[in-house]
Design a protein around this ligand. Structure first.
Ligand code: PEP
Ligand code: MN
Length: 288
């Protein structure tokens, strides 16, 4: 039997979620995070600690990454931890530190929201709401966050297919919020020499299927500090619109994800490397 390739392609396309599919907005979406635009020619670097731990830790790390070219400050105040006995984040106190550091540095902040009951509070402080890998299919949370007017960073579920990922994004858009950035952060595979397997295929696949910007998190994607800069470069070469990287002023003292957090000098080296790669793909790194 002869297979009609065109017919198969049409069927696949018509199964795409409606609002996120590329054909719904072929020119692409630009997400504006308090003046920092993601999805255009400029590549946006988000950096900061895994978790907000103290005023000094946040402020020192933020000043250093800003000076070296990061535009958005990351830092979790509410942390999803595997063990309930591990540091869970500083909560509202952490949000207040993020707010003060935003004032001090002028960097917009992205921080995670895990619970529908916290959306209003986190949205009061954050410039961008992060939905973590573990919550990518928390549908009530997606609906609640989709009702806010804040830009959203939707991380890929570590066990989610691209189809499931796009449907998760569709939840957000269906609630009226189209300011959504996707973030590939590694998936679970049989490979155990890295924390996750960073799926760089996801970048061109998502670019072919959706108009939403796509960024990459090489910190969680590898789990190993010495691999982060290399994979950051690979992500830019493959067409990523930005990066999310963990940086800590003293990684050996970090309360979470220390082993994948870059030293500030390493972050500087990574920035120098990706500037060259960005130029090779006719893009440049956004600066504040
Ligand atoms: C994080 O960004 O610190 C985080 C918890 O990421 P993920 O949800 O991708 O594990
Ligand atoms: Mn982390």
């Amino acid at each position: 039997m002869k297979i009609d390739a065109h017919c198969i392609e049409t069927t696949i396309k018509s199964n795409e979620p409606e609002l996120v599919r590329l054909s719904a907005k072929p020119e692409g979406t630009i997400v504006d995070v308090n003046g920092v635009k993601i999805g255009g020619k400029e590549i946006v670097i988000m950096a900061g600690p895994c978790a907000v731990e103290s005023e000094v830790q946040l402020s020192e790390t933020a000043r250093s990454v800003r000076a070296q070219g990061a535009s958005i400050l990351r830092g979790g105040a509410f942390k999803p931890r595997t063990s309930p006995y591990n540091f869970q984040g500083l909560g509202v106190e952490g949000l207040e530190m993020l707010e003060r550091t935003r004032k001090e540095t002028g960097m917009p902040v992205v921080t995670e929201v895990m619970d529908t009951r916290q959306v209003e509070t986190v949205a009061r402080y954050a410039d961008m709401l992060q939905i973590g890998s573990r919550n990518m299919q928390n549908f009530p949370l997606l609906k609640e966050v989709g009702l806010t007017s804040k830009p959203i960073l939707l991380k890929r579920g570590m066990m989610a297919t691209i189809d499931e990922y796009l449907y998760a994004a569709e939840y957000l858009l269906s609630q009226g919020n189209s300011q959504v950035v996707l973030c590939e952060r590694g998936i679970r595979t049989f490979e155990s020499s890295t924390r996750y397997t960073l799926d760089l295929n996801a970048i061109p696949v998502l670019k072919q299927r959706t108009h939403l910007p796509v960024i990459v998190d090489p910190s969680h994607g590898t789990g190993i500090r010495s691999l982060v800069a290399t994979m950051a470069g690979a992500a830019i070469a493959a067409g990523a619109d930005g990066l999310l990287t963990e940086v800590h002023f003293k990684p050996e003292e970090a309360l979470s994800d220390g082993s994948q957090s870059l030293y500030p000098e390493q972050f500087g080296e990574m920035m120098r490397n990706i500037r060259k790669i960005a130029e090779a793909v006719s893009r440049n790194i956004h600066s504040l």
